[in-house]
Ligand binder design. Structure first.
Ligand SMILES: [Zn+2]
Length: 122
């Protein structure tokens, strides 16, 4: 469960727009593994590249994930569990031959698009 009920967030849309502008085509929010239900935000099936744009709060970015004051310890454990699940899902995808690229929502879309293009062109 990579998106925690949210899809089409502004940073995802910005990266999608940037890649479209560069002439790249991809699938969105598509299940790719038979072993886990993870749905990468962008999927390039032929190149077997899966791209995630992780939200700073839910994926616990160390720069921006400010824990709510109430139940802070509970939140910390929950968000750490999310990160653990991200890592597990990523390991499964890699075993299945996917190349996984992860970005934070705080990254600029151009900065995320460049490594995606680089991977696609290899
Ligand atoms: Zn962040």
């Amino acid at each position: 469960m990579a998106r925690f009920g949210r899809r089409d967030t502004a940073p995802e849309l910005a990266l999608r727009r940037e890649l479209h502008r560069r002439g790249r085509r991809f699938f969105v929010d598509r299940r790719v593994s038979s072993l886990c239900g993870v749905r990468p935000d962008l999927v390039f099936p032929r190149a077997r590249i899966a791209v995630f744009v992780d939200g700073c709060f839910w994926h616990y970015c160390e720069d921006h994930a400010h824990l709510p004051k109430a139940n802070a310890e509970l939140w910390r454990r929950k968000l750490l569990a999310n990160r653990q699940r991200d890592a597990q899902n990523q390991a499964i995808l890699v075993v299945e031959g996917w190349r996984v690229l992860r970005f934070w929502e705080h990254e600029r879309p151009e900065d995320a698009a460049a490594p995606v293009e680089h991977a696609l062109d290899q």
